[in-house]
Structures are given as C-alpha cells and as structure tokens.
Design a protein around this ligand. Structure first.
Ligand code: ACO
Length: 346
C-alpha cells in the first residue's frame, strides 16, 4: 500500500457577532428578500474590533487538534506530533510576515514548518493539496491545515453586494501519514488557475503594484471588489470542470459521490454546479444560509457543519471543490473517516 495523507481531525470557529440580513438592510439599500433569493444567505458572522484572522485560526486549529487527539485514542499508527502548519488566507493579520508561524506558536506547536497559502476562496483546497503532498513526499508527518479569513475587515462598508455575501470564520483539518486504502486518505486533487481574470476579484491597493506608501492609497482602493456576474459564470464552469476531471481520475461517477462540499459562494452557484454534474439536491452540502461566504474557511466549515448535523457520515464518498480569486479553482476527493469532532461550532 502506498503512503498517503489521511484526514484525522476537524474543527471550526466563528466570531460571536451575527449580522442578519435585516441589520444590513437597515444600513444599506438592500433587503432580506433580495439577499436570500439572489444568494441563499440569511446571516453572517463578523469579527469584533481588534479580533483578527489568527484569533479565529487558533480556535479552529485547537479544535481540529483536539478532534485528532480524540480520534487517536483508538489505535492509530500514524499519530505523531504536528510538524507542519499551512494556513490558507487572503486576510493575513499583516502583509508580512505570514500569519501561520504566529498561529503555530500560539497553539504551542514548537518550531514546526509553517507558512500561508494565498488562493482566496480556493485557498483551503490548495493548502490541503500542499500539505498532503508534503506528507506523501515524506517532508512532513502530520499537518494542521487551516482556512481562515476575516473579509469584513476589507469590505467597503457602503458596498451592498459584498457586504451581503461575505462572513468571517475559520475551519481546520489535521492530516497524518497513512496508507492509500484507509478511510480519510486523500485520493487526488485537481488544481488550476487563470490569471487573465485577476481583476475580477481583487484588492487594488497595498501591494507592490499599487503602493500605499509613501502616501495613502486612492480612496476606496484598499477595499475588496468583485465583478459578480462573470465571477458567477466562471465559478460554475470551473468548479464543474474541475470536479468532473477529478472524478474521472479517481474513477467515481457523479452518482457515486455521497456528498459534494463546494465553496459556499451562492446557493444558485451550488445548484448550477449540481445541475452541470447531474447531482441530486441531497448530495450537495450547504451551510451558507447561516455563515455566508467565509472564503478560505468555507469548505472546512461546511464539512464541520455537515458532520455536526449528521449529514456527512463515515464511509461517504466526498468531493470538495472550490473557486476563487486569481482566478483559481481546485477539487479533492476522499472517503470520509470516523472522527471525534468535539463540540459543534456556533
Ligand atoms: N441588494 C439589492 N440589490 C443588489 C444587491 C444587494 N445586496 N447587490 C447587488 N444588487 C443589485 C445590483 O446593483 C444590480 O442592480 P442594477 O440591475 O440596477 O444594476 C442587480 O442587483 C443585479 O446585480 P447582479 O450583479 O447582476 O446580481 P446577481 O444576481 O449576479 O447577484 C452576486 C450578485 C450575488 C454577487 C452574484 O453575481 C454572485 O454570487 N457572484 C459570484 C460570487 C462568487 O462566486 N464569489 C466566489 C469567489 S469570491 C472570492 O474568491 C473571494
């Protein structure tokens, strides 16, 4: 049996404060009805002043580590100390250095390898592929993979579209070295990008192209912007194509997949991907009504909710698929393992 990366822990964290559609409608020219019918979102969680991406990442990471330790109470030859932390985020605590070393330090993981991965909403799938590859290559033995974002900190307060969609959160998994035939083993990845769409989802200022020193950026250019319609079309196309290509490689038909956990961008996008792949509604996991689009946290938080709600069961064939800024997309497949998941997140 060949060496593989095996998922053995899962966690998630959401900030306490909930912002309802009604609260947004009291501030902006929007309505609960518009947001629900156009996106499927009913509320989102938002960080408190001073609360950062690393704060959520530490909470989600601690929960995933506790879950992995609980799972490890059963005989588990692949258990060892975490020696790698990969954090997917587009809202790091600071532009430099990466946020992962601080998260690893605060989790008490010692001098482990740690770095950030930037692929916006596809970040978690990219981070998962990176960590799994490092495990199968023998560079790491056990990895904490976190997707965490606090997009509320970079949204234009006056932009009704982005404020309706995005929420803050963090989700995390633990991967350990194991064997390809085990439940939880990552069976394959499909990753891609198209930089010709770089302007569709962007924060213009603050990098080396549009510098915020010596003077402040032009008004509004520090905010996140998204061109919704083309992004919608590409999200459907790229997640469908990436899923299809991975399914072919793994040798599963769409009907054989028990749960598709796609990036929670918009319920209409999830339904359109389902239609493209010929899926039934019961195969599609959706938690965006409660959390909105949490960017890199979206897929692990949806996994966490699906497990907590009993929708995702050991033995299920699971397809993960994401799409985001870059443009980037990516998919992963695994058979869901038995996990100790601790208390459900909010
Ligand atoms: N409330 C009321 N009206 C609104 C709102 C709002 N919150 N937001 C936009 N509108 C208006 C628009 O201004 C527009 O009005 P107009 O016709 O007078 O110009 C109208 O609604 C229709 O706008 P569209 O952009 O065409 O609306 P659409 O149905 O496409 O929905 C949305 C917009 C929700 C952004 C959708 O395009 C979408 O979900 N796009 C994809 C987002 C996504 O997948 N992101 C994933 C990647 S994100 C990342 O990587 C960080």
């Amino acid at each position: 049996m060949s060496r593989a990366a095996v998922l053995c822990g899962l966690g998630g964290a959401l900030p306490e404060r909930i912002v309802s559609n009604e609260e947004l409608a009291a501030q902006l020219d929007t309505s609960d009805r518009w947001i629900r019918t156009r996106t499927g979102i009913g509320q989102r969680h938002v960080v408190a002043p001073g609360q950062s991406t690393s704060d959520l990442a530490v909470q989600a990471g601690a929960q995933a580590l506790a879950s992995a330790r609980g799972t490890a109470d059963r005989p588990d030859p692949g258990v060892g100390p975490v020696d790698l932390v990969v954090l997917a985020t587009s809202t790091p605590d600071r532009p430099c250095p990466a946020t992962a070393p601080d998260v690893a330090h605060r989790l008490g993981l010692g001098n482990v390898a740690s770095f950030d991965v930037s692929a916006v909403c596809t970040g978690f799938v990219y981070a998962l592929a990176t960590a799994a590859s490092m495990i199968t290559a023998g560079v790491a033995g056990r990895a904490l993979v976190i997707g965490a974002d606090t997009f509320s900190t970079i949204l234009d307060p006056a932009d009704r579209t982005t404020r309706a969609i995005f929420g803050d959160g963090a989700g995390a998994v633990v991967l350990r070295a194991g064997e390809a035939g085990e439940p939880g083993a990552l069976l394959g990845f499909d990753l891609g990008s198209d930089g010709s769409g770089a302007d569709l989802i962007t924060v213009r200022a603050g990098g080396s192209r549009q510098r915020s020193v010596p003077g402040p950026a032009a008004a509004g250019e520090e905010f996140f912007t998204m061109d919704g319609r083309p992004v919608f079309t590409r999200a459907v196309l790229d997640m469908s194509r990436s899923s299809q290509s991975l399914l072919e490689r793994v040798g599963w038909s769409a009907a054989e997949v028990d749960k598709v956990v796609a990036h929670q961008a918009n319920i209409r996008i999830l339904n359109a991907v389902g239609e493209q792949l010929g899926l039934e509604e019961k195969q599609i996991v959706a938690n965006l009504d409660r959390v909105g689009n949490t960017v890199a946290a979206s897929i692990p938080l949806a996994l966490r909710d699906a497990v907590a709600g009993g929708e995702l069961q050991p033995g299920h064939r699971v397809l993960l698929t994401g799409f985001g800024g870059g443009l980037t997309w990516g998919s992963a497949a695994l058979v869901w393992p038995e996990l100790e998941t601790g208390r459900p997140h909010r």
